[in-house]
Design a protein around this ligand. Structure first.
Ligand code: PLP
Length: 462
């Protein structure tokens, strides 16, 4: 965004300071009237030089205000532990069962309810790729508060449409979140809307903390709670709630290897920009964690874990197969940390796993299931050269059928082979498990000279 003015302009905070959770100085540093460089807008609730911690009282105030307005989601004993020999007393906190499919409603509702009347009339704005935008739009509609969301062009059409259905003013702008946020900040300034950061606004963190209160009500003395981490607001709120009431309970955060911004912030002793890559856990793809979230969560987190994408895919698959839960990548990250073996200290312990979102694109969901099957060695892809004489492919199919291997896709090709009496057959096949795949490999190698298995980036059996 071009602009010569390097002064920093603070957005005006219209709220009444007396009942404010945060003490934001109402300070508008005047720009001269030249070009406004809106990269330079600063959110007064998230000041790098003055980070704010939330308190236990903030979380209980949030719980009081949002009660009845969001679901108190169940926390069930999981079947996964027995199924996969995890040797843990595992509980699943099902916050993907909120109306809009994620925990984000808690913070959004609390932030909206905390506005002073004048701001409730003017409305709020935020930039978001999905879950926060939906939560804010939905509760804005219920509370009759105008909501504007700026969503980057990459936001899934379905999520954009949902926000429109919730009567939000939806602006699709920018190639990424940074550009969408710049516009949202400028609109906030121009139209006197309050910008609500989806993970770092103190009310958002306090609202998310209500999950911690519910967990302690639903599970007696958990040894650990595992929480996916994006911008850090979720873990910050929950950690405040849980450590205040049950200091012995370990708080464990999980990130994808593609966006380890909280781990990097810990190493750096402060939020730092971390390049992110495409991830199945798109809800966690935040390049720089929130300053307030970091300040609040950092002293309360016992361990941070970074997981590979294959484990996230496998976790999505496991949650569907074993628990009949459709959970998005971000929501499945906690289970991924357990399955990947990053938390051996939790063996024999009572553990709560937060399943915090279920908004997964149908096509992405299909791909995740296949990737999960591949990662576990239950979906294999290979090429094999067989005789081009009558019965060559039939023989291959007979071998596969004899092994109980199910063919999902099969294709053959002859034009480019050196040996004109051969045909190359490409197969995608489903097996029972990893050992069954190894047997298949061995039998094919015994029968054929040229067999090539396509390796998936296996997290699991290496
Ligand atoms: C499903 C899901 N899980 C976890 C997170 C991480 O929350 P936070 O950004 O507060 O760390 C998000 C954030 O959008 C999310 O959508």
């Amino acid at each position: 965004m071009p602009g010569s003015n390097k002064n920093i302009k603070f957005l005006v905070d219209n709220r009444d300071k007396s009942d404010d959770l945060v003490s934001v100085k109402e300070e508008v540093l005047k720009l001269d009237n030249s070009v406004v460089d809106y990269e330079e807008f600063v959110d007064p609730y998230c000041l790098e030089k003055k980070p704010q911690k939330i308190s236990f009282q903030d979380v209980t105030s949030a719980a009081f205000l949002i009660k009845g307005g969001v679901e108190k989601t169940p926390c069930f004993k999981s079947k996964l532990s027995d199924h996969r020999n995890l040797d843990m007393d595992l509980y699943l906190k099902m916050d993907f069962m909120q109306h809009t499919g994620s925990f984000k409603e808690r913070g959004a509702r609390y932030a909206l309810l905390s506005l002073r009347d004048e701001q409730k009339q003017k409305g709020v704005i935020s930039a978001s790729l999905g879950n926060h935008a939906q939560a804010l739009s939905y509760h804005g509609m219920l509370l009759n508060i105008p909501v504007t969301v700026v969503m980057p062009e990459a936001a899934p059409i379905m999520k954009v449409q949902k926000c429109r259905n919730y009567k939000a003013n939806v602006v699709v702008f920018g190639k990424d979140m940074a550009e969408a946020k710049q516009l949202a900040m400028k609109m906030a300034n121009d139209e006197k809307l309050l910008y609500i950061n989806g993970y770092d606004h103190p009310h958002i963190m306090a609202g998310q903390g209500t999950i911690g209160l519910e967990i302690l009500e639903q599970v007696q003395n958990p040894d650990a709670v595992i929480i996916p981490v994006g911008g850090g607001g979720l873990i910050a709120g929950i950690a405040v709630a849980i450590k205040s009431l049950s200091p012995k309970t370990k708080i464990i955060g999980v990130e994808s290897e593609k966006c380890p911004s909280f781990s990097k912030a810990l190493a750096n002793k402060g939020p730092i920009h971390t390049p992110i890559k495409n991830t199945l856990a798109d809800g966690l793809a935040v390049p720089k964690v929130g300053v307030n979230a970091f300040e609040t969560a950092m002293p309360l987190i016992d361990k941070m874990v970074v997981v590979k994408e294959e484990w996230i895919a496998l976790s999505i698959l496991q949650l569907v197969e074993t628990e009949k839960c459709v959970v998005e990548g971000a929501g499945a990250a906690g289970l991924a940390a357990i399955l990947a073996g990053h938390l051996p200290e939790l063996k024999g312990k009572k553990v709560v796993l937060l399943l915090c979102g279920g908004n997964i694109d149908t096509t992405v969901f299909g791909r995740c299931l296949e990737r999960g099957l591949a990662a576990e060695g239950r979906l294999v892809k290979f090429t094999v050269c067989v005789s081009d004489r009558p019965g060559g492919i039939h023989e291959l199919c007979r071998i596969l059928a004899g092994l109980g291997v199910s063919i999902k896709d099969i294709m053959h090709e002859r034009a480019w082979l050196k040996d004109i009496y051969s045909v190359e057959v490409k197969v995608v096949a489903e097996t029972r498990d990893w050992n069954h795949s190894l047997t298949l490999k061995k039998v094919l190698n015994e029968h054929y000279e040229q067999v090539t298995f396509i390796e998936v980036p296996m997290a699991i059996h290496n």
